[in-house]
Design a protein around this ligand. Structure first.
Ligand code: CU
Length: 487
């Protein structure tokens, strides 16, 4: 018996040794934030003030504390609006090096997206964008920000408003952010946002005649990005990101659009990852992103499930909290908003059941040898390729692979699938927001779009190839594409 046990132990040790040789255990670890923050660029200071105290682990708020109800920013009453503006004014008035100071708070976003934090035990900068931590990290960020504001005005039920840009009534900069004398104002915004905010591809001349159509277009983008286009958890959240991984495994559907276009249409501060949170509207924008995550989880569909992978759930980040303490919070603490003490007011989801009907004009285009694209290709002008697909296959993902760019650049291209009468229809888009840095930040990433529903909509189910067109909108000459396939 004893020798059998010893043999078994030896065999297990041998397997572990083999696994270590192939580097498997090293890849299966959660990303843990190293609390030591070092500014990536000495001219762009993003790190928070250091804490003299030891970091403590996050404890959820007592369930007996009042539930904070986040409401649409455009529907706030005068008293709620005044309260929020007062809390932000108090935050702005704090000493510059106070961790609650508005400047310090907005820098937290910069620190987590510009390589100021590293993964504990690894020589890799931590970057939460373009990964499965896009939703989770921003949830934590807003959680602490909201509680600090509440503390400043002594209100334990204070709730951040959300920007309800997915409803026609909220598709412009909400009134509370418009007064020049308000603490919620930012002078760098593009004035077009006062009339209309495009969720991607719905830009127009913002006139009384065109606005109803533009708003309808926004609802279609919402339906495509939330319902028909992205059913699986990975495509919704973004690529897996474990300790030791390089950044940008690929962002999820919502991070691309509507998240990206809203940042870019507000413009200036909001359009750069380093400065985005310097505009108070950032917190309302991400409130809505966070709300979409909450809605996604309760939307029926067997693939809409939160990851149970411990590498996802045990990842952790550090933040200054409302008790002037630096705390470490894990992703598993962030899954349920009720446990975090807040909910979103329920408002109608006008995009949930709308449908895009298009008339098919042909699945692929005839091309001769000379016209065929040779990858990799720089996207300085539009690229059209016929892509093979398996007829009758269940679930199809369009993959635009090896997208290579400098992480400092702003790049936006659109993806069209099939040929339809009355103009082409967008199946999805790729957006990379710019970053301020002196050094080049090489990024290689991919875009994945679930086109199952889309193929049905354009009635291309029976075709063994479809035409895919990549159309550069911004910075096409700064991005190279490695290939396009359907898997
Ligand atoms: Cu954002």
């Amino acid at each position: 018996m004893a020798s059998w046990v010893a043999n078994t132990h030896a065999a297990v040790a041998m397997v572990l040794l083999l696994l270590m040789q192939f580097g498997l255990p090293a890849r299966s670890k959660p990303v843990i934030t190293d609390p030591k923050c070092v500014d990536y660029d000495p001219f762009e200071r993003c790190c928070p003030p250091p804490s003299p105290k030891k970091i403590v682990n996050f404890k959820p708020p007592p369930q007996s504390s009042p539930l904070r109800v986040r409401r649409p920013a455009h529907a706030l009453g005068p008293e709620e609006a005044r309260k929020y503006a007062r809390a932000t004014a108090l935050m702005r008035a704090l000493p510059h090096d106070h961790p609650w100071n508005f400047f310090q708070q907005s820098n937290v976003h910069c620190a987590y997206c510009s390589g100021s934090y590293f993964q504990l035990g690894h020589n890799y900068p931590l970057e939460i964008h373009g990964t499965w931590h896009f939703f989770t990290w921003h949830r934590a960020y807003l959680y602490f920000y909201e509680r600090i504001l509440g503390k400043l005005i002594n209100d334990t039920s204070f709730a951040l408003p959300f920007w309800n840009w997915d409803d026609p009534s909220g598709m412009s900069i909400p009134p509370i952010y418009r007064h020049h004398s308000s603490s919620l104002f930012n002078p760098t915004r593009n004035p077009d946002g006062l009339k209309f905010i495009s969720l991607g591809g719905c830009e127009g001349n913002n006139t009384l005649e065109s606005l109803p159509k533009q708003r309808q277009c926004n609802l279609q983008v919402m339906h495509r990005q939330f319902i028909s286009g992205f059913k699986s958890s990975l495509l919704f959240f973004g690529g897996k990101y474990r300790a030791g991984d390089e950044f940008s495994p690929g962002g999820g559907s919502i991070e691309g659009s509507p998240h990206g276009p809203v940042h870019l249409t507000v413009g200036s501060d909001m359009s750069d990852l380093d400065t985005a949170a310097k505009d108070p509207i950032f917190f309302a924008h991400h409130g809505n992103i966070d709300r979409l995550w909450a809605i996604w989880e309760s939307t029926p569909g067997k693939k809409r499930e939160i990851f149970t992978d411990n590498d996802f759930l045990d990842a952790s980040f550090v933040f200054w909290d409302e008790n002037k303490q630096v705390v470490r919070i894990r992703v598993r603490d962030l899954i349920d908003t009720r446990k975090l003490g807040y909910v979103y007011e329920e408002v109608p989801l006008r995009w949930m059941n709308i449908k895009t009907t298009v008339e098919k004009a042909g699945a692929f285009v005839a091309m001769d040898e000379k016209e065929a694209v040779r990858f990799p290709v720089v996207l300085s002008s539009q690229v059209t390729v016929n892509v093979a697909r398996k007829v009758g296959k269940e679930g199809e993902i369009l993959v635009v692979s090896d997208i290579a760019l400098d992480g400092r650049d702003y790049v936006w291209f659109k993806v069209y699938v099939g040929k339809v009468r009355g103009g082409r229809v967008e199946a999805g888009c790729f957006i990379h927001m710019e970053r301020r840095a002196n050094k080049k930040i090489p990024v290689v990433t991919k875009l994945q779009i679930d086109i199952t529903q889309f193929i049905e909509d354009i009635r291309a189910d029976g075709d063994d190839q479809v035409v895919v067109t990549l159309v550069p909108k911004v910075g096409g000459d700064k991005v190279a594409i490695g290939g396009v396939s359907i898997v």
